[in-house]
Design a protein around this ligand. Structure first.
Ligand SMILES: [Zn+2]
Length: 609
Protein backbone atom coordinates (compact mmCIF):
# COMPACT_ATOMS: atom_id res chain seq x y z
CA UNK A 1 0.00 0.00 0.00
CA UNK A 2 1.48 3.31 -1.07
CA UNK A 3 1.03 6.31 1.15
CA UNK A 4 0.10 9.72 -0.22
CA UNK A 5 2.95 12.07 -0.97
CA UNK A 6 3.22 15.21 1.11
CA UNK A 7 2.09 17.32 -1.85
CA UNK A 8 -1.01 15.17 -2.26
CA UNK A 9 -1.86 15.45 1.40
CA UNK A 10 -1.46 19.24 1.26
CA UNK A 11 -3.67 19.35 -1.81
CA UNK A 12 -6.49 17.43 -0.12
CA UNK A 13 -6.21 19.55 3.02
CA UNK A 14 -6.51 22.65 0.86
CA UNK A 15 -9.65 21.16 -0.65
CA UNK A 16 -11.18 20.63 2.80
CA UNK A 17 -10.45 24.26 3.63
CA UNK A 18 -12.06 25.46 0.39
CA UNK A 19 -15.07 23.23 0.90
CA UNK A 20 -15.66 24.64 4.35
CA UNK A 21 -15.65 28.15 2.88
CA UNK A 22 -17.95 27.39 -0.11
CA UNK A 23 -21.47 28.85 -0.25
CA UNK A 24 -23.21 25.55 -0.76
CA UNK A 25 -22.51 21.92 -1.59
CA UNK A 26 -22.87 22.38 -5.35
CA UNK A 27 -20.38 25.25 -5.44
CA UNK A 28 -17.96 23.47 -3.09
CA UNK A 29 -17.63 20.49 -5.39
CA UNK A 30 -14.41 20.59 -7.43
CA UNK A 31 -15.11 17.79 -9.87
CA UNK A 32 -18.71 16.92 -10.48
CA UNK A 33 -21.22 18.50 -8.17
CA UNK A 34 -24.23 16.38 -7.35
CA UNK A 35 -27.38 18.15 -8.32
CA UNK A 36 -29.48 16.74 -5.52
CA UNK A 37 -27.31 17.48 -2.53
CA UNK A 38 -28.83 20.31 -0.56
CA UNK A 39 -26.65 20.86 2.49
CA UNK A 40 -22.92 20.83 3.05
CA UNK A 41 -22.00 18.15 5.57
CA UNK A 42 -18.97 16.06 6.39
CA UNK A 43 -20.62 13.26 4.38
CA UNK A 44 -20.87 15.40 1.25
CA UNK A 45 -17.29 16.55 1.76
CA UNK A 46 -16.07 12.99 2.15
CA UNK A 47 -17.81 12.00 -1.06
CA UNK A 48 -16.02 14.84 -2.86
CA UNK A 49 -12.62 14.28 -1.35
CA UNK A 50 -11.37 11.38 -3.46
CA UNK A 51 -13.28 12.02 -6.67
CA UNK A 52 -10.06 13.00 -8.46
CA UNK A 53 -8.52 9.64 -7.71
CA UNK A 54 -11.57 7.70 -8.90
CA UNK A 55 -11.60 9.66 -12.16
CA UNK A 56 -8.01 8.64 -12.90
CA UNK A 57 -8.66 4.99 -12.06
CA UNK A 58 -11.83 4.85 -14.15
CA UNK A 59 -10.04 6.40 -17.09
CA UNK A 60 -7.28 3.83 -16.96
CA UNK A 61 -9.75 0.93 -16.72
CA UNK A 62 -11.52 2.09 -19.88
CA UNK A 63 -8.23 2.73 -21.68
CA UNK A 64 -7.14 -0.83 -20.99
CA UNK A 65 -10.39 -2.18 -22.42
CA UNK A 66 -10.02 -0.02 -25.52
CA UNK A 67 -7.21 -2.29 -26.76
CA UNK A 68 -9.94 -4.74 -27.72
CA UNK A 69 -11.51 -2.24 -30.12
CA UNK A 70 -8.33 -0.73 -31.55
CA UNK A 71 -7.69 -1.54 -35.19
CA UNK A 72 -4.80 0.86 -35.84
CA UNK A 73 -1.77 -1.42 -36.16
CA UNK A 74 0.98 0.97 -37.29
CA UNK A 75 1.03 2.76 -33.95
CA UNK A 76 3.04 2.16 -30.83
CA UNK A 77 0.65 1.41 -28.00
CA UNK A 78 -3.12 1.74 -28.21
CA UNK A 79 -4.28 4.50 -30.53
CA UNK A 80 -7.85 4.53 -29.24
CA UNK A 81 -6.75 4.70 -25.62
CA UNK A 82 -4.55 7.69 -26.40
CA UNK A 83 -7.39 9.32 -28.32
CA UNK A 84 -9.73 8.75 -25.37
CA UNK A 85 -7.36 10.47 -22.98
CA UNK A 86 -6.70 13.33 -25.36
CA UNK A 87 -10.39 13.86 -26.29
CA UNK A 88 -11.16 14.19 -22.59
CA UNK A 89 -8.20 16.43 -21.94
CA UNK A 90 -9.10 18.65 -24.88
CA UNK A 91 -12.72 18.87 -23.68
CA UNK A 92 -14.04 17.49 -26.94
CA UNK A 93 -15.84 14.84 -24.95
CA UNK A 94 -17.05 14.69 -21.39
CA UNK A 95 -17.42 11.37 -19.61
CA UNK A 96 -20.40 11.59 -17.25
CA UNK A 97 -19.98 10.47 -13.67
CA UNK A 98 -16.38 9.50 -14.20
CA UNK A 99 -16.17 10.07 -10.46
CA UNK A 100 -18.19 6.91 -9.93
CA UNK A 101 -17.35 3.28 -10.60
CA UNK A 102 -20.99 2.49 -11.29
CA UNK A 103 -23.08 2.30 -14.44
CA UNK A 104 -25.21 5.35 -15.14
CA UNK A 105 -28.98 4.96 -14.86
CA UNK A 106 -31.58 2.24 -14.98
CA UNK A 107 -35.25 1.59 -15.33
CA UNK A 108 -35.61 -1.66 -13.45
CA UNK A 109 -38.12 -4.46 -13.24
CA UNK A 110 -39.44 -5.02 -9.72
CA UNK A 111 -40.32 -8.64 -10.43
CA UNK A 112 -37.43 -10.29 -8.56
CA UNK A 113 -38.54 -8.27 -5.51
CA UNK A 114 -42.01 -9.86 -5.72
CA UNK A 115 -40.47 -13.30 -5.79
CA UNK A 116 -37.65 -12.94 -3.30
CA UNK A 117 -37.94 -9.64 -1.47
CA UNK A 118 -34.69 -7.76 -0.92
CA UNK A 119 -32.78 -10.93 -0.03
CA UNK A 120 -31.57 -11.33 -3.61
CA UNK A 121 -29.87 -7.93 -3.20
CA UNK A 122 -28.30 -8.87 0.11
CA UNK A 123 -31.15 -7.32 2.13
CA UNK A 124 -33.11 -8.91 4.94
CA UNK A 125 -36.74 -8.69 3.76
CA UNK A 126 -38.70 -11.63 2.42
CA UNK A 127 -41.07 -11.24 -0.51
CA UNK A 128 -43.72 -8.64 0.42
CA UNK A 129 -47.07 -10.06 1.48
CA UNK A 130 -49.09 -6.95 2.27
CA UNK A 131 -49.09 -3.23 1.53
CA UNK A 132 -47.01 -2.30 4.58
CA UNK A 133 -44.29 -4.83 3.88
CA UNK A 134 -44.32 -3.87 0.19
CA UNK A 135 -43.89 -0.16 0.89
CA UNK A 136 -41.39 -0.64 3.70
CA UNK A 137 -39.10 -2.95 1.79
CA UNK A 138 -39.61 -1.05 -1.47
CA UNK A 139 -37.79 1.96 0.00
CA UNK A 140 -34.94 -0.28 1.10
CA UNK A 141 -34.87 -1.98 -2.26
CA UNK A 142 -34.58 1.30 -4.15
CA UNK A 143 -31.67 2.36 -1.93
CA UNK A 144 -30.00 -1.00 -2.51
CA UNK A 145 -30.49 -0.86 -6.28
CA UNK A 146 -29.42 2.79 -6.38
CA UNK A 147 -26.13 1.84 -4.77
CA UNK A 148 -25.35 0.05 -8.05
CA UNK A 149 -25.86 3.15 -10.21
CA UNK A 150 -24.43 6.65 -10.46
CA UNK A 151 -27.64 8.21 -11.75
CA UNK A 152 -31.38 7.77 -11.72
CA UNK A 153 -33.45 4.71 -10.88
CA UNK A 154 -36.86 4.37 -12.47
CA UNK A 155 -39.45 1.99 -11.09
CA UNK A 156 -42.14 2.08 -13.72
CA UNK A 157 -44.18 -0.61 -11.97
CA UNK A 158 -44.33 0.99 -8.53
CA UNK A 159 -47.98 2.04 -8.66
CA UNK A 160 -49.06 -1.21 -10.32
CA UNK A 161 -47.61 -3.22 -7.43
CA UNK A 162 -48.93 -0.75 -4.90
CA UNK A 163 -52.42 -1.22 -6.34
CA UNK A 164 -52.08 -5.00 -6.19
CA UNK A 165 -51.16 -5.03 -2.49
CA UNK A 166 -53.70 -2.35 -1.58
CA UNK A 167 -56.52 -4.30 -3.24
CA UNK A 168 -55.37 -7.49 -1.58
CA UNK A 169 -55.42 -5.85 1.82
CA UNK A 170 -58.35 -3.44 1.74
CA UNK A 171 -60.48 -4.65 -1.16
CA UNK A 172 -61.25 -3.06 -4.50
CA UNK A 173 -62.66 0.15 -3.01
CA UNK A 174 -59.51 0.88 -1.01
CA UNK A 175 -59.09 4.47 -2.21
CA UNK A 176 -62.45 5.30 -0.64
CA UNK A 177 -62.60 2.95 2.33
CA UNK A 178 -58.99 3.34 3.44
CA UNK A 179 -57.88 6.70 2.12
CA UNK A 180 -55.96 7.52 5.27
CA UNK A 181 -53.90 4.32 5.23
CA UNK A 182 -53.19 4.69 1.51
CA UNK A 183 -51.92 8.23 1.98
CA UNK A 184 -49.80 7.14 4.91
CA UNK A 185 -48.12 4.46 2.85
CA UNK A 186 -47.48 6.82 -0.07
CA UNK A 187 -46.06 9.33 2.36
CA UNK A 188 -43.75 6.71 3.85
CA UNK A 189 -42.35 5.81 0.45
CA UNK A 190 -42.02 9.31 -1.01
CA UNK A 191 -40.53 10.94 2.09
CA UNK A 192 -38.35 7.90 2.68
CA UNK A 193 -36.88 8.23 -0.79
CA UNK A 194 -36.34 12.00 -0.57
CA UNK A 195 -34.10 11.55 2.47
CA UNK A 196 -30.44 12.37 1.98
CA UNK A 197 -28.58 9.07 2.27
CA UNK A 198 -25.31 9.24 4.12
CA UNK A 199 -23.98 6.24 2.20
CA UNK A 200 -24.49 8.26 -0.99
CA UNK A 201 -22.64 11.35 0.24
CA UNK A 202 -25.94 12.77 1.50
CA UNK A 203 -27.55 12.50 -1.90
CA UNK A 204 -31.03 11.15 -2.06
CA UNK A 205 -31.80 8.55 -4.68
CA UNK A 206 -32.72 9.95 -8.10
CA UNK A 207 -36.08 8.26 -8.26
CA UNK A 208 -38.43 8.33 -11.23
CA UNK A 209 -41.84 6.82 -11.81
CA UNK A 210 -44.35 6.82 -14.64
CA UNK A 211 -48.09 7.10 -15.09
CA UNK A 212 -49.83 5.93 -18.23
CA UNK A 213 -52.99 6.58 -20.17
CA UNK A 214 -55.25 3.55 -20.77
CA UNK A 215 -53.84 2.30 -24.08
CA UNK A 216 -50.24 2.78 -22.91
CA UNK A 217 -51.00 0.97 -19.69
CA UNK A 218 -52.67 -1.91 -21.51
CA UNK A 219 -49.68 -2.33 -23.79
CA UNK A 220 -47.19 -2.20 -20.92
CA UNK A 221 -49.00 -4.41 -18.41
CA UNK A 222 -51.84 -6.34 -20.05
CA UNK A 223 -49.83 -9.51 -20.36
CA UNK A 224 -48.35 -9.25 -16.88
CA UNK A 225 -49.02 -11.91 -14.23
CA UNK A 226 -48.36 -11.62 -10.50
CA UNK A 227 -46.80 -14.67 -8.85
CA UNK A 228 -50.30 -15.75 -7.69
CA UNK A 229 -51.31 -15.90 -11.36
CA UNK A 230 -53.64 -12.87 -11.21
CA UNK A 231 -53.39 -10.01 -13.67
CA UNK A 232 -53.14 -6.31 -12.85
CA UNK A 233 -56.49 -4.53 -12.50
CA UNK A 234 -55.91 -1.76 -14.98
CA UNK A 235 -59.07 0.16 -14.07
CA UNK A 236 -58.01 0.23 -10.45
CA UNK A 237 -54.43 1.18 -11.35
CA UNK A 238 -55.76 4.02 -13.52
CA UNK A 239 -57.67 5.43 -10.56
CA UNK A 240 -54.66 5.00 -8.28
CA UNK A 241 -52.48 6.95 -10.70
CA UNK A 242 -54.90 9.87 -10.51
CA UNK A 243 -55.12 9.53 -6.74
CA UNK A 244 -51.32 9.58 -6.52
CA UNK A 245 -50.89 12.61 -8.76
CA UNK A 246 -53.43 14.61 -6.80
CA UNK A 247 -51.89 13.55 -3.48
CA UNK A 248 -48.35 14.31 -4.68
CA UNK A 249 -49.37 17.74 -5.97
CA UNK A 250 -50.87 18.69 -2.61
CA UNK A 251 -47.93 17.23 -0.71
CA UNK A 252 -45.58 19.45 -2.69
CA UNK A 253 -47.30 22.48 -1.14
CA UNK A 254 -45.90 21.34 2.20
CA UNK A 255 -42.46 20.17 1.15
CA UNK A 256 -40.37 20.77 -1.96
CA UNK A 257 -40.24 17.08 -2.83
CA UNK A 258 -37.73 16.56 -5.62
CA UNK A 259 -38.62 12.92 -6.14
CA UNK A 260 -40.15 11.03 -7.77
CA UNK A 261 -39.66 12.75 -11.09
CA UNK A 262 -42.95 11.93 -12.73
CA UNK A 263 -43.54 11.22 -16.39
CA UNK A 264 -47.01 10.80 -17.88
CA UNK A 265 -47.08 8.76 -21.09
CA UNK A 266 -49.90 9.33 -23.55
CA UNK A 267 -50.70 7.62 -26.82
CA UNK A 268 -51.70 9.73 -29.81
CA UNK A 269 -53.00 8.85 -33.25
CA UNK A 270 -53.99 10.85 -36.35
CA UNK A 271 -57.25 11.87 -34.68
CA UNK A 272 -55.75 13.11 -31.44
CA UNK A 273 -55.27 11.72 -27.97
CA UNK A 274 -56.55 8.16 -27.71
CA UNK A 275 -57.41 8.62 -24.03
CA UNK A 276 -58.80 12.14 -23.85
CA UNK A 277 -59.93 11.73 -20.27
CA UNK A 278 -56.35 11.20 -19.16
CA UNK A 279 -55.14 14.16 -21.21
CA UNK A 280 -57.80 16.30 -19.53
CA UNK A 281 -56.79 15.03 -16.13
CA UNK A 282 -53.13 15.84 -16.81
CA UNK A 283 -54.08 19.29 -18.11
CA UNK A 284 -56.12 19.91 -14.98
CA UNK A 285 -53.18 18.91 -12.77
CA UNK A 286 -50.88 21.16 -14.76
CA UNK A 287 -53.25 24.10 -14.33
CA UNK A 288 -53.19 23.51 -10.58
CA UNK A 289 -49.41 23.76 -10.52
CA UNK A 290 -48.31 20.14 -10.74
CA UNK A 291 -45.04 19.86 -12.63
CA UNK A 292 -44.31 16.63 -14.48
CA UNK A 293 -42.96 15.47 -17.81
CA UNK A 294 -45.24 14.46 -20.64
CA UNK A 295 -44.22 11.82 -23.10
CA UNK A 296 -46.32 11.40 -26.22
CA UNK A 297 -45.98 8.78 -28.91
CA UNK A 298 -47.94 7.37 -31.83
CA UNK A 299 -47.10 3.87 -30.70
CA UNK A 300 -46.08 2.21 -27.46
CA UNK A 301 -42.62 1.65 -28.83
CA UNK A 302 -40.60 3.55 -26.31
CA UNK A 303 -40.57 4.53 -22.71
CA UNK A 304 -39.55 7.78 -21.14
CA UNK A 305 -38.71 6.97 -17.59
CA UNK A 306 -35.78 9.09 -16.58
CA UNK A 307 -35.87 12.85 -16.50
CA UNK A 308 -34.85 13.04 -20.11
CA UNK A 309 -34.35 9.59 -21.54
CA UNK A 310 -36.49 8.23 -24.22
CA UNK A 311 -35.66 4.62 -24.70
CA UNK A 312 -36.95 2.34 -27.36
CA UNK A 313 -38.43 -0.80 -25.88
CA UNK A 314 -36.20 -3.72 -26.68
CA UNK A 315 -38.70 -6.42 -25.95
CA UNK A 316 -41.99 -6.06 -24.17
CA UNK A 317 -42.85 -9.70 -23.59
CA UNK A 318 -43.68 -10.97 -20.14
CA UNK A 319 -41.57 -13.69 -18.57
CA UNK A 320 -42.32 -15.62 -15.39
CA UNK A 321 -38.75 -15.25 -14.22
CA UNK A 322 -38.13 -11.62 -15.17
CA UNK A 323 -41.53 -9.94 -15.32
CA UNK A 324 -42.48 -7.26 -17.85
CA UNK A 325 -39.61 -6.99 -20.32
CA UNK A 326 -40.48 -3.52 -21.54
CA UNK A 327 -39.71 -1.70 -18.31
CA UNK A 328 -36.05 -2.72 -18.27
CA UNK A 329 -33.99 -0.03 -19.95
CA UNK A 330 -31.74 2.91 -19.15
CA UNK A 331 -28.30 4.13 -20.06
CA UNK A 332 -25.17 2.23 -19.04
CA UNK A 333 -22.96 5.22 -19.71
CA UNK A 334 -23.14 8.69 -21.26
CA UNK A 335 -20.31 10.46 -23.08
CA UNK A 336 -21.13 13.94 -24.32
CA UNK A 337 -19.60 15.72 -27.29
CA UNK A 338 -19.01 19.44 -27.06
CA UNK A 339 -20.47 20.42 -30.41
CA UNK A 340 -19.45 24.06 -30.20
CA UNK A 341 -15.81 23.09 -29.90
CA UNK A 342 -16.04 20.41 -32.58
CA UNK A 343 -17.62 22.77 -35.09
CA UNK A 344 -15.01 25.45 -34.39
CA UNK A 345 -12.19 22.93 -34.79
CA UNK A 346 -13.71 21.90 -38.11
CA UNK A 347 -13.93 25.50 -39.29
CA UNK A 348 -10.27 26.05 -38.35
CA UNK A 349 -9.42 23.19 -40.74
CA UNK A 350 -11.88 24.07 -43.50
CA UNK A 351 -14.51 26.83 -43.53
CA UNK A 352 -17.91 27.75 -42.21
CA UNK A 353 -19.62 26.11 -45.14
CA UNK A 354 -20.30 22.68 -43.71
CA UNK A 355 -20.12 20.37 -46.73
CA UNK A 356 -19.82 16.56 -46.82
CA UNK A 357 -16.40 16.83 -45.17
CA UNK A 358 -18.09 17.97 -41.99
CA UNK A 359 -20.20 14.79 -41.96
CA UNK A 360 -17.04 12.70 -42.27
CA UNK A 361 -15.32 14.75 -39.57
CA UNK A 362 -18.23 14.29 -37.15
CA UNK A 363 -18.70 10.60 -37.98
CA UNK A 364 -15.05 9.98 -37.04
CA UNK A 365 -15.68 11.37 -33.57
CA UNK A 366 -18.99 9.56 -33.18
CA UNK A 367 -17.41 6.23 -34.06
CA UNK A 368 -14.61 6.79 -31.56
CA UNK A 369 -17.08 7.68 -28.83
CA UNK A 370 -19.09 4.54 -29.57
CA UNK A 371 -15.93 2.53 -28.97
CA UNK A 372 -15.20 4.41 -25.75
CA UNK A 373 -18.70 3.50 -24.61
CA UNK A 374 -18.31 -0.15 -25.53
CA UNK A 375 -15.04 -0.29 -23.60
CA UNK A 376 -16.83 1.17 -20.58
CA UNK A 377 -19.49 -1.50 -20.93
CA UNK A 378 -16.74 -4.12 -20.85
CA UNK A 379 -15.57 -2.71 -17.51
CA UNK A 380 -19.12 -3.02 -16.14
CA UNK A 381 -19.45 -6.54 -17.50
CA UNK A 382 -16.40 -7.54 -15.44
CA UNK A 383 -18.08 -6.14 -12.34
CA UNK A 384 -21.31 -7.98 -13.13
CA UNK A 385 -19.46 -11.25 -13.72
CA UNK A 386 -17.77 -10.88 -10.36
CA UNK A 387 -21.12 -10.28 -8.65
CA UNK A 388 -20.23 -6.71 -7.74
CA UNK A 389 -23.44 -5.29 -9.20
CA UNK A 390 -26.20 -7.41 -7.66
CA UNK A 391 -28.95 -5.38 -9.39
CA UNK A 392 -27.83 -7.16 -12.55
CA UNK A 393 -27.19 -10.62 -11.17
CA UNK A 394 -30.50 -10.61 -9.29
CA UNK A 395 -32.37 -9.78 -12.50
CA UNK A 396 -33.52 -6.21 -11.82
CA UNK A 397 -31.40 -4.98 -14.69
CA UNK A 398 -29.85 -6.29 -17.89
CA UNK A 399 -26.76 -4.58 -19.31
CA UNK A 400 -27.70 -5.56 -22.88
CA UNK A 401 -30.99 -3.69 -22.55
CA UNK A 402 -29.24 -0.53 -21.44
CA UNK A 403 -28.28 1.98 -24.08
CA UNK A 404 -24.84 3.38 -24.59
CA UNK A 405 -25.58 7.07 -24.86
CA UNK A 406 -23.87 9.80 -26.83
CA UNK A 407 -24.74 13.16 -25.32
CA UNK A 408 -24.86 16.44 -27.20
CA UNK A 409 -24.10 19.84 -25.67
CA UNK A 410 -23.29 23.24 -27.15
CA UNK A 411 -25.16 22.68 -30.40
CA UNK A 412 -27.11 25.96 -30.21
CA UNK A 413 -23.79 27.72 -29.53
CA UNK A 414 -22.21 25.98 -32.53
CA UNK A 415 -25.05 27.27 -34.69
CA UNK A 416 -24.48 30.79 -33.38
CA UNK A 417 -20.80 30.51 -34.23
CA UNK A 418 -21.74 29.49 -37.78
CA UNK A 419 -23.84 32.64 -38.09
CA UNK A 420 -27.22 30.94 -37.83
CA UNK A 421 -30.00 32.52 -35.81
CA UNK A 422 -30.95 30.19 -32.97
CA UNK A 423 -34.73 30.05 -32.98
CA UNK A 424 -37.69 28.85 -34.94
CA UNK A 425 -36.40 29.24 -38.49
CA UNK A 426 -35.80 26.84 -41.36
CA UNK A 427 -32.03 27.14 -41.57
CA UNK A 428 -31.46 26.45 -37.89
CA UNK A 429 -33.93 23.58 -37.82
CA UNK A 430 -32.27 22.03 -40.86
CA UNK A 431 -28.90 22.33 -39.09
CA UNK A 432 -30.26 20.57 -35.98
CA UNK A 433 -31.90 17.83 -38.06
CA UNK A 434 -28.77 17.27 -40.10
CA UNK A 435 -26.35 17.03 -37.18
CA UNK A 436 -28.67 14.86 -35.07
CA UNK A 437 -29.48 12.74 -38.12
CA UNK A 438 -25.78 11.90 -38.48
CA UNK A 439 -25.76 10.59 -34.91
CA UNK A 440 -28.93 8.60 -35.52
CA UNK A 441 -27.57 6.93 -38.67
CA UNK A 442 -24.29 6.06 -36.96
CA UNK A 443 -26.16 4.58 -33.98
CA UNK A 444 -28.16 2.39 -36.34
CA UNK A 445 -25.03 1.22 -38.14
CA UNK A 446 -23.26 0.52 -34.85
CA UNK A 447 -26.15 -1.69 -33.71
CA UNK A 448 -25.63 -3.78 -36.83
CA UNK A 449 -21.84 -3.84 -36.54
CA UNK A 450 -21.47 -4.43 -32.81
CA UNK A 451 -24.90 -5.64 -31.66
CA UNK A 452 -24.83 -2.82 -29.10
CA UNK A 453 -27.70 -0.36 -28.62
CA UNK A 454 -26.67 3.29 -28.86
CA UNK A 455 -28.74 6.44 -28.63
CA UNK A 456 -28.16 10.18 -28.63
CA UNK A 457 -29.68 12.73 -26.36
CA UNK A 458 -29.52 16.41 -25.62
CA UNK A 459 -28.10 16.01 -22.13
CA UNK A 460 -29.37 18.18 -19.27
CA UNK A 461 -25.72 19.17 -18.60
CA UNK A 462 -26.49 20.66 -15.21
CA UNK A 463 -22.80 21.18 -14.53
CA UNK A 464 -21.37 20.47 -17.96
CA UNK A 465 -23.09 23.44 -19.64
CA UNK A 466 -21.08 25.70 -17.33
CA UNK A 467 -17.83 23.77 -17.73
CA UNK A 468 -17.91 23.60 -21.53
CA UNK A 469 -18.48 27.35 -21.77
CA UNK A 470 -15.56 28.02 -19.41
CA UNK A 471 -13.18 25.59 -21.12
CA UNK A 472 -14.00 26.95 -24.57
CA UNK A 473 -13.43 30.54 -23.47
CA UNK A 474 -10.08 29.60 -21.94
CA UNK A 475 -9.11 28.03 -25.26
CA UNK A 476 -9.99 31.26 -27.08
CA UNK A 477 -12.98 29.75 -28.84
CA UNK A 478 -16.19 31.68 -29.36
CA UNK A 479 -18.56 31.11 -26.45
CA UNK A 480 -21.22 33.76 -26.08
CA UNK A 481 -22.47 32.81 -22.62
CA UNK A 482 -21.32 31.36 -19.31
CA UNK A 483 -23.51 28.28 -19.58
CA UNK A 484 -24.35 26.34 -22.73
CA UNK A 485 -28.00 25.71 -23.36
CA UNK A 486 -29.58 22.37 -22.66
CA UNK A 487 -32.31 23.01 -25.21
CA UNK A 488 -32.73 23.69 -28.91
CA UNK A 489 -33.59 27.29 -28.07
CA UNK A 490 -31.75 29.89 -25.99
CA UNK A 491 -33.13 29.86 -22.48
CA UNK A 492 -32.76 33.64 -22.09
CA UNK A 493 -34.39 34.49 -25.44
CA UNK A 494 -37.53 36.62 -24.84
CA UNK A 495 -38.56 36.37 -28.51
CA UNK A 496 -38.95 32.60 -28.66
CA UNK A 497 -42.65 32.08 -27.99
CA UNK A 498 -44.38 28.93 -26.78
CA UNK A 499 -45.47 28.24 -30.34
CA UNK A 500 -41.89 28.72 -31.57
CA UNK A 501 -40.63 26.25 -29.02
CA UNK A 502 -43.12 23.58 -30.00
CA UNK A 503 -42.29 24.17 -33.65
CA UNK A 504 -38.58 23.80 -32.88
CA UNK A 505 -39.24 20.51 -31.08
CA UNK A 506 -41.25 19.19 -33.99
CA UNK A 507 -41.16 15.86 -35.82
CA UNK A 508 -38.67 16.98 -38.44
CA UNK A 509 -36.06 17.69 -35.76
CA UNK A 510 -37.01 15.35 -32.90
CA UNK A 511 -37.31 12.27 -35.11
CA UNK A 512 -33.56 12.52 -35.56
CA UNK A 513 -32.89 12.44 -31.83
CA UNK A 514 -33.28 8.79 -30.91
CA UNK A 515 -32.51 9.32 -27.23
CA UNK A 516 -34.65 12.38 -26.78
CA UNK A 517 -34.62 15.79 -25.24
CA UNK A 518 -37.29 17.46 -23.17
CA UNK A 519 -38.79 20.77 -24.16
CA UNK A 520 -38.99 22.92 -21.04
CA UNK A 521 -41.65 25.60 -21.25
CA UNK A 522 -40.75 28.23 -18.70
CA UNK A 523 -43.97 30.08 -17.94
CA UNK A 524 -44.52 33.23 -15.93
CA UNK A 525 -47.92 32.04 -14.73
CA UNK A 526 -49.78 28.77 -14.51
CA UNK A 527 -51.93 28.01 -17.55
CA UNK A 528 -55.64 27.52 -16.87
CA UNK A 529 -57.10 24.17 -17.81
CA UNK A 530 -58.16 25.22 -21.32
CA UNK A 531 -54.69 26.67 -21.96
CA UNK A 532 -53.08 23.49 -20.66
CA UNK A 533 -55.21 21.38 -23.01
CA UNK A 534 -54.04 23.65 -25.79
CA UNK A 535 -50.42 22.96 -24.84
CA UNK A 536 -51.12 19.22 -25.17
CA UNK A 537 -52.68 19.81 -28.58
CA UNK A 538 -49.78 22.00 -29.70
CA UNK A 539 -47.36 19.28 -28.68
CA UNK A 540 -49.34 16.68 -30.61
CA UNK A 541 -49.76 18.89 -33.65
CA UNK A 542 -46.03 19.56 -33.87
CA UNK A 543 -44.93 16.08 -32.92
CA UNK A 544 -43.09 17.19 -29.75
CA UNK A 545 -42.49 13.90 -27.98
CA UNK A 546 -41.27 15.04 -24.57
CA UNK A 547 -42.07 18.25 -22.72
CA UNK A 548 -42.82 19.88 -19.40
CA UNK A 549 -43.86 23.20 -17.92
CA UNK A 550 -41.93 25.15 -15.29
CA UNK A 551 -43.43 27.93 -13.25
CA UNK A 552 -41.29 29.23 -10.39
CA UNK A 553 -42.95 28.14 -7.17
CA UNK A 554 -42.82 30.46 -4.18
CA UNK A 555 -41.34 29.07 -0.97
CA UNK A 556 -42.09 31.15 2.12
CA UNK A 557 -39.12 31.28 4.48
CA UNK A 558 -41.38 32.42 7.32
CA UNK A 559 -44.36 30.07 7.35
CA UNK A 560 -42.80 27.36 5.17
CA UNK A 561 -45.70 27.08 2.74
CA UNK A 562 -45.06 26.38 -0.91
CA UNK A 563 -47.24 28.01 -3.53
CA UNK A 564 -47.10 26.76 -7.15
CA UNK A 565 -47.60 30.35 -8.32
CA UNK A 566 -44.75 32.87 -8.64
CA UNK A 567 -45.31 35.65 -6.08
CA UNK A 568 -43.32 38.39 -4.37
CA UNK A 569 -45.34 38.11 -1.15
CA UNK A 570 -46.49 34.91 0.60
CA UNK A 571 -50.23 34.68 0.16
CA UNK A 572 -50.63 32.89 3.51
CA UNK A 573 -48.67 35.07 5.93
CA UNK A 574 -47.79 38.15 3.87
CA UNK A 575 -44.04 37.70 4.35
CA UNK A 576 -41.74 39.08 1.66
CA UNK A 577 -38.98 36.71 2.77
CA UNK A 578 -39.61 34.24 -0.03
CA UNK A 579 -37.45 31.89 -2.07
CA UNK A 580 -38.22 30.24 -5.38
CA UNK A 581 -38.07 26.67 -6.58
CA UNK A 582 -37.75 25.27 -10.07
CA UNK A 583 -35.91 22.58 -11.98
CA UNK A 584 -32.14 22.93 -12.19
CA UNK A 585 -32.85 21.05 -15.39
CA UNK A 586 -34.61 17.82 -14.54
CA UNK A 587 -34.90 18.09 -10.79
CA UNK A 588 -36.98 20.47 -8.75
CA UNK A 589 -34.89 22.38 -6.22
CA UNK A 590 -34.75 25.60 -4.27
CA UNK A 591 -32.88 28.04 -6.53
CA UNK A 592 -30.54 29.15 -3.72
CA UNK A 593 -29.29 25.55 -3.54
CA UNK A 594 -28.19 25.57 -7.19
CA UNK A 595 -24.48 26.01 -7.85
CA UNK A 596 -23.40 29.67 -8.20
CA UNK A 597 -23.05 29.37 -11.97
CA UNK A 598 -26.46 27.71 -12.32
CA UNK A 599 -28.06 30.39 -10.14
CA UNK A 600 -26.73 32.98 -12.53
CA UNK A 601 -28.10 31.04 -15.50
CA UNK A 602 -31.42 30.56 -13.70
CA UNK A 603 -31.70 34.30 -13.15
CA UNK A 604 -31.43 34.84 -16.93
CA UNK A 605 -34.13 32.33 -17.85
CA UNK A 606 -37.00 33.90 -19.66
CA UNK A 607 -40.48 33.02 -18.42
CA UNK A 608 -43.08 33.43 -21.14
CA UNK A 609 -46.24 35.31 -20.22
ZN1 LIG B 1 -45.75 32.52 4.51
Amino acid sequence: MLGLREKQVDDRLAFIKDYIGADNAATGSEVDSNSNVTHKTVATMEAELYKFYTVQLNRKLVMDKLKKFDDITDYDGCYLADMYASDIKNHIIYVHDETSLKPYCASITLYPFLLEGTKCMGGVSNAPTNLQSFCGSFVNLVYQVASNFAGAIATVEFLMYFDYFARKQYGKEYMRTNEKEIKQELQGVVYGLNQPASARGDQSVFWNISVFDKPYMAEMFDNFYFPDDTKPDLESLYELQKFFMEWFRLERKKELLTFPVLTASLLTDEKGFVDKEFRNFCADQMSKGHSFFIYMSDSVDSLASCCRLRNELADNTFSYSLGAGGVVTGSAQVITLNMNRLVQYYVQLHDKNLDYRFDEFLIGFIQDVQKYLMATKEVYKDYIKAGLLPAYTAGFMDIDKQFLTLGVNGLAEAAEFLGLTVGNNKRYKAFLARVLGIFKDENKKALETYGCRFNTEFVPAENLGVKNAKWDKEEGLEAKRDCYNSYFYLVEDPDCSILDKFELYSHDVCDNLDGGSALHLNLEQLPDKAQAVRLFELARWNGTPYWTTNVLCTICNKCGRIDPVTRKVCKHCGSTDVDYGTRVIGYLKRVTNFSDARQLEASRRFYTK
